[in-house]
Design a protein around this ligand. Structure first.
Ligand code: FES
Length: 89
């Protein structure tokens, strides 16, 4: 999905929702089009896996994380904060 200039990949597992940046940090493929394995989504272009909780890549060739967003499900509705969670440095 795209909202307020952010491309966001939204995932739902049971009663939990997760949101990360939709552009793979390696070459910008859509992570929303990737396959989900537990809490990792596999980039459809070159196969890097990203943790949908932390945004961190778990495998190469991607080495940089994608942004994460605060999202929650309430009574079946999705509430998303459009600004990404700030990384701790
Ligand atoms: S575009 Fe995602 S791993 Fe290359």
């Amino acid at each position: 999905m795209e909202t307020a200039g952010h491309r966001i990949a939204l995932f739902r597992i049971g009663d939990a929702a997760y949101a990360i940046g939709d552009r793979c940090s390696h070459a910008e493929a859509s992570l929303a089009e990737g396959e989900l394995f537990d809490l990792d989504v596999e980039c459809p272009r070159h196969g890097s896996e990203f943790n949908i909780v932390t945004g961190e890549p778990d495998s190469l060739p991607a080495t940089r994380p994608v942004p994460t967003y605060v999202v929650e499900l309430v009574d079946g509705e999705v509430f998303l904060e459009v600004e990404p969670v700030e990384e701790e440095s």
